[in-house]
Design a binder for this molecule. Structure first.
Ligand SMILES: NC(=O)c1ccc[n+]([C@@H]2O[C@H](COP(=O)([O-])OP(=O)(O)OC[C@H]3O[C@@H](n4cnc5c(N)ncnc54)[C@H](OP(=O)(O)O)[C@@H]3O)[C@@H](O)[C@H]2O)c1
Length: 281
């Protein structure tokens, strides 16, 4: 086994994002990555990254000592079954697959070093989150190696309870979509008042970046301000911001966000139950 080779099994959207970031952040050389795809027609898309590409999953797990599993939940059984018994005992698996617990992965793959993760798409631009949980069979050296890789390419909190990954999925995994929707309506609001779309877009994105920077900054007492305090600071009595803020509340803004995250979370739990039913058959 090539000790330094990293494999990506099922290199679709998230697999490509991780592959690119590993190259960009110097986790390994591009020629030390081998990725698999389902169809020959997909090979050129991956070859463009300068990595090795194959439609043979067995080749990936034979050559690599670390394997990212980035398949869709419903492709897992078909893709993994032919590989059973062929994995190297000490391969480190890093899975992004929604709903597949470390225990399910362990029994489907048949080896112990399993890390389960939940990335989000901003990993593509080096501003992403990858929450992760090490399975019970992960060695200290594998734990350290996974931490090193994940922290190079993202903000990578390691959770103590595996179930917390379902919550991370609903919050930061799905989170970019909530933000994109918020941005869409702000841009539309600017355009509705007559601002050009391009200017409205820039105003909104810069306002969001600035607001995030303010939330990350500390005040003179080295305190990070709560969003509510920052809102109050821009809401003068009888002022325009206060009117806007009240309208947000009247139209259920807070509840819509709470519901969005809860609905996503419920859906993640439903996927998990489906995977459990499927595996126990
Ligand atoms: N996208 C996200 O933002 C995100 C975030 C966090 C976690 N995830 C999780 O990450 C996993 C991948 O998601 P994704 O959005 O990247 O899906 P995706 O784009 O569909 O990637 C999966 C890839 O696996 C390929 N594939 C299917 N069967 C295969 C086989 N037997 N051998 C080799 N390759 C095979 C698919 O090819 P075909 O399409 O040709 O079948 C596809 O290219 C999912 O479990 C998802 O829940 C995704």
């Amino acid at each position: 086994m090539g000790k330094k080779i990293i494999g990506v099994l099922g290199c679709g959207k998230i697999g490509s994002i991780i592959t690119n970031q590993m190259i960009e952040k110097g986790v390994c050389r591009r020629e030390d990555i081998i990725a698999s795809v389902h169809r020959d027609s997909d090979c050129d898309r991956i070859r463009a990254f300068g990595v090795k590409v194959t439609t043979d999953n067995l080749r990936v797990i034979t050559e690599a000592s670390i394997v990212f599993v980035t398949l869709k939940p419903d492709s897992m059984t078909d893709a993994l079954a032919p590989l059973h018994g062929h994995w190297h005992e000490d391969t480190l698996i890093i899975s992004t697959v929604t709903g597949w617990s470390t225990q399910h992965l362990e029994s489907a793959i048949g080896i112990a070093g399993i890390i389960r993760t939940m990335p989000n798409t901003p990993v593509a631009v080096g501003k992403g989150v990858i929450g992760w949980f090490p399975g019970r069979g992960v060695s200290k050296a594998q734990h350290e190696r996974a931490k090193e890789i994940l922290e190079k390419i993202s903000f990578a909190p390691c959770v103590l309870k595996e179930d917390d990954l379902d919550k991370i999925t609903a919050l930061s995994g799905c989170g970019p979509a909530y933000v994109f929707q918020f941005v869409k309506y702000l841009i539309r609001a600017g355009a509705r008042m007559g601002l050009p779309y391009a200017m409205s877009r820039e105003l909104v994105l810069t306002t969001i970046e600035g607001s995030v920077a303010l939330m990350r900054a500390e005040d003179v007492q080295h305190r990070k301000l709560h969003p509510e305090e920052l809102t109050e600071a821009v809401s003068s009595p009888a002022g325009a911001t206060l009117e806007g803020h009240i309208a947000l509340e009247e139209h259920g803004f807070g509840n819509a966000i709470l519901r969005a995250v809860q609905s996503a979370y419920n859906h993640v739990l439903a996927i998990k139950r489906k995977v459990e039913e499927h595996i126990s058959k």
